[in-house]
Design a binder for this molecule. Structure first.
Ligand code: SF4
Length: 335
């Protein structure tokens, strides 16, 4: 089977599993892989692009030992350290993202989890955002209990983010203070709560191509809705500071096969867009359907919400947020 035929089969309903011969994704022509991924994206997702932005709710001082992360106390970086930020700051950022036409925004906090007092503050901030904004609300707060996820859901959060980061095999090489299985358990709790699940990982941490394929298959098995793909930007003071950055071709091949293996999920560009031409234009033509925009993850690439929107519009993609489409539909259905 060639890769173009496989793309057509996926559009017609075929799904890739662990039992399939995955070598085709590593050996096939990159251009053909990307064209097929774009075709799958166009047929199964359409032209809309899901843009999201993050609000840093708490930074630094994390007791976990993730080797790629600037916020871990094990690493010696110049990362900012602050406690949970005031609600007013959070709500103002949320309103700014909504006015810029971003589809979702998320409070993201460093650390294994929030303490009870911080979690209450987070829930209250979400209630205020839900009452005053239309933007879709996401959260990324580490390991939460079923009860906490329910509280966030009740407060208006519709999507929870928790990366599996890499393959199960490679996970112990990047973190030893928590496990891959604990991450998967959290994702199952999010699903059970009925929230949308956002989970992906980081490539370029010394893993094998087989680990990237394994991560893509694991996410398909978990039926993940949104998959952020970060390309490692080595941070001075972390154990990965000397990792060689990935080439654009390697990143595009990864994005491409994630689309084949997770054909109906949002494949989301995240950190590392500085490694891509024009902040990811080719990636959007190789299977990507979503991106984090307008915050620290993308400033290294000089991308802004506006420049992302312009680039996507030039590609003929629809960047109108859901909540604006719904409003327009609601108005026209009344008239
Ligand atoms: S748990 Fe999150 S904030 Fe803490 S070191 Fe790991 S990635 Fe960084």
């Amino acid at each position: 089977m060639n890769i173009s035929t496989l793309a057509k089969d996926i559009i017609e309903g075929r799904r890739i599993s662990r039992q399939d011969d995955l070598d085709i994704f590593l050996s096939c022509d990159l251009k053909k892989l990307c064209e097929g991924a774009d075709h799958i994206r166009s047929c199964l997702i359409g032209e809309r692009v899901d843009l999201c932005s993050i609000i840093n709710g708490r930074s630094g001082g994390c007791p976990e030992d993730c080797k790629y992360c600037a916020q871990s106390v094990y690493n010696h970086t110049d990362c900012e350290i602050y406690e949970f930020v005031p609600e007013e700051t959070i709500v103002n950022s949320c309103k700014m993202y909504e006015s810029e036409g971003v589809n979702r925004c998320s409070i993201v906090t460093s650390g294994r989890m929030l303490n009870d007092r911080e979690f209450e503050k987070a829930v209250h901030a979400y209630e205020t955002m839900h009452a005053t904004c239309k933007i879709n609300l996401c959260a990324s707060m580490g390991f939460l209990t079923a009860k906490q996820l329910h509280q966030l859901h009740q407060a208006g959060v519709t999507s929870y983010h928790h990366n599996i980061e890499t393959s199960q095999r490679y996970f112990p090489y990047i973190c030893t203070t928590h496990t891959y299985d604990q991450k998967v358990d959290t994702l199952k709790l999010v699903k059970a709560e009925g929230m949308r699940v956002c989970s992906g990982g980081i490539i370029g941490m010394g893993e094998l191509w087989e680990d990237r394929l394994d991560m893509a298959i694991s996410l398909a098995e978990l039926d993940i809705d949104s998959i952020p793909i970060n390309a490692l930007m080595p941070i001075p003071g972390t154990p990965f500071e000397h990792e060689k950055p990935l080439t654009e071709d390697d990143i595009l091949r990864t994005i491409g096969f994630f689309r084949y293996i997770n054909p109906t999920a949002d494949i989301r560009l995240a950190a590392g867009r500085a490694l891509l031409t024009n902040d990811g234009k080719r990636a959007f033509q190789s299977g990507a359907s979503a991106s984090i925009t307008g915050n620290m993850l993308t400033t290294a690439a000089c991308a802004t919400i506006r420049s992302d929107k312009q680039m996507l519009q030039r590609l003929g993609r629809n960047i109108t947020p859901d909540y604006r489409t719904k409003c327009l539909w609601h108005r026209s259905s009344k008239s």
